[in-house]
Ligand binder design. Structure first.
Ligand SMILES: Cc1cc2nc3c(=O)[nH]c(=O)nc-3n(C[C@H](O)[C@H](O)[C@H](O)COP(=O)(O)O)c2cc1C
Length: 210
């Protein structure tokens, strides 16, 4: 645990990355596995994650993210794209996956499927989109944690124009929209913000013990 907390103190929202340092294939696949293993409501994972290293695409994304340098300087950009609505087919695909993975008959999952449908598809469309977007933030947290363990720097980001991201990445036609992103790579020595002290609420202000 001590190491874990040390890693969490080591990490910070990196402003400037060293563009010459790239994440190895092995580490990248570990980061992706951590994201894949994220918890999500019912296990539905109502999102897809784009992992972008193409320089031209990164340049376009930077322009759509208030010109924040992380977009082009980082080794990879993770784009967490959530479903714009919950469709029955997504739930059916998930049920098939559960049945195959656990050697069950699909019919055994009918109740579970109905429960998910009842809770999600009955929401107004805009609330469905809020619910799917919330799930991506958990995956984002898994990524930040795993990256810190591997001493890989990240910057979680909401400072972008989602419509422009969706356009650049062709997400709309896939029923997806950009919820949140994270850049990943290695901090530049010149990033002065790495020396900033962490600012957090005190235990007293954060926790309410009952
Ligand atoms: C959802 C989210 C969105 C953020 N958006 C941006 C962003 O667009 N640009 C940026 O430089 N930092 C962004 N940050 C970084 C936060 O400012 C940073 O995490 C916070 O100040 C705490 O500092 P630390 O992460 O360095 O400990 C974002 C963080 C989160 C969690």
């Amino acid at each position: 645990m001590k190491t874990h907390l040390e890693n969490l103190n080591w990490r910070y929202a990196t402003k400037r990355f060293d563009e010459n340092k790239k994440i190895s294939a092995e580490d990248l696949s570990a980061l992706k596995e951590a994201v894949r293993l994220s918890a999500s409501s019912y296990g539905l994972q109502p999102y897809q994650v784009l992992v972008i290293e193409d320089e031209k695409t990164k340049e376009k994304l930077r322009a759509a993210a208030f010109n924040q340098p992380q977009l082009t300087e980082a080794s990879q950009v993770f784009v967490f794209a959530s479903y714009t609505e919950v469709k029955e087919e997504y739930i059916q695909d998930y049920m098939k996956n559960v049945a195959e993975t656990r050697g069950m008959d699909l019919s055994e999952l009918d109740q579970f499927a109905e429960m998910i449908k009842g809770a999600s598809m009955s929401l107004p469309k805009d609330q469905q989109a809020v619910w799917t977007a919330k799930q991506t933030y958990i995956a984002l947290g898994f990524l930040l944690n795993a990256a810190a363990t591997l001493k890989i720097d990240t910057c979680p980001m909401e400072g972008f124009n989602a419509e422009e991201f969706d356009e650049i990445l062709g997400l709309k036609e896939k029923g997806l929209t950009t919820a949140v992103i994270a850049t990943a790579g290695y901090r530049s020595e010149e990033d002065i913000t790495q020396n900033y002290k962490k600012v957090r609420k005190s235990n007293e202000d954060l926790f309410i013990n009952i």
